[in-house]
Design a protein around this ligand. Sequence first.
Ligand code: SF4
Ligand code: SF4
Length: 222
Amino acid sequence: MIGRVSVTTVVIKGVNGYGVRVSDPAATVQDYLDVVNEAIERGRLFRGRAERADCLGCDLCCQERIPLTSIDVLRLYSPLVPEPLTAFIRKHAHISVDGGAVDITLRRDRQGRCLFLRPGEGTCRIYDLRPLVCQTFICCPQTKRARRLREQIVNVGEDELVRQWLMENQRLNTTPHIDETSGRHRVRLDDWPLTPFSGKKAYDEVLLRSVCSPAVWGDIIA
Ligand code: SF4
Ligand code: SF4
């Protein structure tokens, strides 16, 4: 049976990369995750940074910026000790602010490695709950269409996390904790409206169509 989202192997610059198409307007972010995960696990895609067909033993992409979505945090948050969202984010994430822009990413250690990476083993301590960015990254080329779709999902999901973080600070009457700032900044809840992730607790509740700009959606729907 053909699913609502499909990933195809596409030869780009002489190596196996991938492209994404959506065939059903009811497709969800979970449909997208399922097919991208499957394509990565099948092992036919090029690994530009490793010298083998899989990722075992390589942890290079666990040393890079990992932006978080509201659903990523919810998935991690619920199995762990109950605490305010702001406390959870402060412990597990890094918050940087530049003017009015906020970036919430997974916290890394002094060597730049993700705090969930098992040192020496190169494996993930939260593999089944790893964020969307981790699930969908592979160091092979991808079509412009696939890249833009992934960027839009992550950006909308991160915007929702910022909105919830600001709301929680407002509810608790606390000053938002910021780890890094480029200087003057102005972050106000009023600047973070509802998003297609608002009120959603799982990726199968978020329609792909709702996170795409009209241009990206028009390009990705078959
Ligand atoms: S959450 Fe897991 S997969 Fe993602 S960067 Fe951290 S260790 Fe790597
Ligand atoms: S996708 Fe990440 S873990 Fe896999 S080979 Fe590339 S850099 Fe290494």
